[in-house]
Design a binder for this molecule. Structure first.
Ligand code: GDP
Ligand code: IMO
Ligand code: MG
Length: 427
C-alpha cells in the first residue's frame, strides 16, 4: 500500500503514535508525514518499556530508515522544532532524515502570546487551547498575513511580513488587552537565529512525496488532533484551527486524493477529550474516574487531565463517513477489563427525538443524551493477549459489536501501550 493515512476518530489522543509504530513494524515505511496542526499534538510510542513523545515531529521519526516530513499544512514553531529535535538527539535518536516544507507557516512567539490573551479574555467561554499559538498562526495564514518557512531566508521580505502581521495585532494587544506592543526587531532577531539550522531541511515536500509515490515508495500520513476537533467537521467552535480529517491530508501535503489507498481511523474503546466543548458520553461518576485512572488519561502535551466517557458509536459512524475510513484501530481495550457491563452509546436522544446519526447543528449536539446498550464485560487482564482468539469471549464480542455499529472493519486492537501489545483482527 503506497499511501496510508492514520487519523484520530474522536477528540484526539486515541493512540495515533502507537498506530504509526504498529504499521512501521509490520511493513517498510519510507516517509512519515505530518500535514496539519503543530506542536499542540502529543503522540506516544513505548518501545521496550521506554516512552517517547513527539509533538511537532511525526512519531515516525523513531522509525529507523524512514524520512520524516513536515508538510505545507503544518504550522511550525522553529523554537519548538529545535527543542524537540535536541531532546530526541539526547536520547540517541537519529533525526538526520527530516524535511520541512518551504510553504509551511511559521508560529512566532507572538502567536502564542495572542493565543493566551484571547483565551483569558474569553473567560468561561474559552476553548481550552494548548496555548501554543496554533489558532493565531492559522488565522494569519487565512488572513494572508502569515509568514512561511521560505520567507525566513529573505531578510527584507521577512521584515515586511512581520511588520504586516504585527501592525493590527499591536493595536489590539495595547488597546483591547492592555498589553505591551511586540517589537518587530526582537521578533526578527529570534527568527533569524533559526535560519542556518533550518536551511538544509527545507524542500518542496509536495514534489518529494509525489515523486516517491510514483516510484512505488510507501508514504504514511500521520494525522494529528482528530475528526471531532476538525475546524469544519468537529464540535465548532470547540475545535482546533486546521482540517484534521482525511481531506486535510491532501491540502496539507499537495498529494491528490486518488493517490490514497487506505485511511485508518484510530479510536479508543471508550472516549476522552481535553479542553472545553460538548461530550455526550462524558462521565462524572466513579466510572469516569476509573477510566481516567486505569487509562492514565493525562495529556502528553499540556499535562491536563482528560475528560472520560463511554464509547460513542454515533461518533464512530460519523468519523467513518467524513473520512471515508477503510479500517479502525481500536486502542486501550485493556482499560475496560473489570466492568460487569460496559455501556456503549448507540444513538442520541435530543429533545425527545432519537438520532442515529450526528445531528446537523451544534445546538442539538449540546443537547444530545446518549442512548446506551449494555455489553457484557470481562474480568481477565488482556494485556498479554497477542491474537484475537486469546481474548476472553466477552472482549471478542465487545470488539465485534463495536465493529458492527461503527460502520468500519476493525483492523487491529490495542491491549497495552507497548509496541508488542497489539493484535490484528482482520489482515
Ligand atoms: P495520540 O495523540 O493519538 O498519539 O495519543 P497519545 O499518545 O496522546 O495518547 C495515547 C496514550 O495511550 C499514550 O499514553 C499511549 O501510550 C497509550 N496507549 C496507546 N494504545 C494503548 C493501548 O492499547 N492500551 C493502553 N493501555 N494504552 C495505550
Ligand atoms: P493529538 O495529536 C487532544 C485540543 C485542545 C483544545 C482544542 C484547541 O495528540 O491527538 P489548539 O491549541 O489546537 O488551538 O486547541 O484542541 N487539542 C487536542 N486534544 N489531542 C490533541 O492532539 C490536541 N490538539 C489540540 O485541548 O481543546
Ligand atoms: Mg496526543
Amino acid at each position: 500500500m503506497p499511501a496510508i493515512v492514520i487519523l484520530g476518530a474522536q477528540w484526539g489522543d486515541e493512540g495515533k503514535g502507537k498506530a504509526t509504530d504498529l504499521l512501521a513494524t509490520t511493513e517498510t515505511i519510507d516517509y512519515v508525514v505530518r500535514t496539519s496542526g503543530g506542536h499542540n499534538a502529543g503522540h506516544t510510542i513505548v518501545v521496550n518499556g521506554e516512552k517517547f513523545a513527539t509533538h511537532l515531529l511525526p512519531s515516525g521519526i523513531l522509525t529507523p530508515g524512514s524520512t520524516s516530513v513536515i508538510a505545507n499544512g503544518v504550522v511550525v514553531s522553529p523554537e519548538a522544532l529545535f527543542r524537540e529535535l535536541d531532546s530526541l538527539v539526547e536520547r540517541g535518536v537519529d533525526v538526520a532524515n527530516l524535511v520541512v516544507s518551504a510553504n509551511a507557516h511559521v508560529i512566532a512567539s507572538y502567536h502564542s502570546t495572542v493565543d493566551k490573551v484571547t483565551e483569558r479574555f474569553l473567560g468561561k467561554n474559552k476553548i481550552g487551547t494548548t496555548g501554543r499559538g496554533i489558532g493565531p498562526a492559522y488565522a494569519d495564514k487565512v488572513n494572508r498575513l502569515g509568514i512561511r518557512i521560505a520567507d525566513l531566508f529573505d531578510e527584507s521580505i521577512l521584515r515586511q511580513k512581520v511588520e504586516g502581521s504585527l501592525d493590527l495585532k499591536n493595536h489590539v494587544l495595547a488597546k483591547v488587552y492592555n498589553r505591551r506592543a511586540i517589537e518587530v526587531d526582537a521578533v526578527l532577531e529570534e527568527l533569524f537565529s533559526y535560519v542556518d539550522r533550518l536551511r538544509p531541511m527545507v524542500a518542496d515536500s509536495s514534489l518529494l512525496l509525489n515523486t516517491a509515490l510514483d516510484e512505488g515508495k510507501t508514504v504514511l500520513f500521520e494525522g494529528a488532533q482528530a475528526t471531532m476537533l476538525d475546524v469544519d467537521h468537529g464540535t465548532y467552535p470547540f475545535v482546533t484551527s486546521s482540517n484534521a480529517v482525511a481531506g486535510g491530508v491532501c491540502t496539507g501535503s499537495g498529494v491528490g486524493p486518488t493517490k490514497i489507498d487506505r485511511v485508518i481511523g484510530v479510536i479508543k474503546a471508550y472516549t476522552t477529550r481535553v479542553g472545553s466543548g460538548p461530550f455526550p458520553t462524558e462521565l462524572f461518576d466513579e466510572n469516569g474516574e476509573k477510566l481516567w485512572k486505569v487509562g492514565g488519561e493525562v495529556g502528553v502535551s499540556t499535562g491536563r487531565d482528560r475528560r472520560c466517557g463511554w464509547y460513542d458509536a454515533v461518533i464512530a459512524r460519523y468519523a467513518s463517513r467524513v473520512n471515508g475510513l477503510t479500517d479502525l484501530f481500536l486502542t486501550k481495550l485493556d482499560v475496560l477489563s473489570s466492568w460487569e457491563k460496559v455501556p456503549v452509546c448507540v444513538a442520541y436522544e435530543i429533545d425527545g427525538v432519537r438520532h442515529e446519526e450526528m445531528p446537523m447543528t451544534q445546538t442539538e449536539f449540546h443537547h444530545a443524551k446518549p442512548v446506551y446498550e449494555l455489553l457484557d464485560g470481562w474480568w481477565e487482564d488482556i494485556s498479554g493477549c497477542r491474537t484475537f482468539a486469546e481474548l476472553p469471549k466477552n472482549a471478542q464480542n465487545y470488539v465485534l459489536a463495536l465493529e458492527e455499529m461503527s460502520g468500519t472493519r476493525i483492523w487491529a486492537v490495542g491491549v497495552g501501550p507497548g509496541r508488542e501489545q497489539s493484535l490484528v483482527v482482520h489482515d
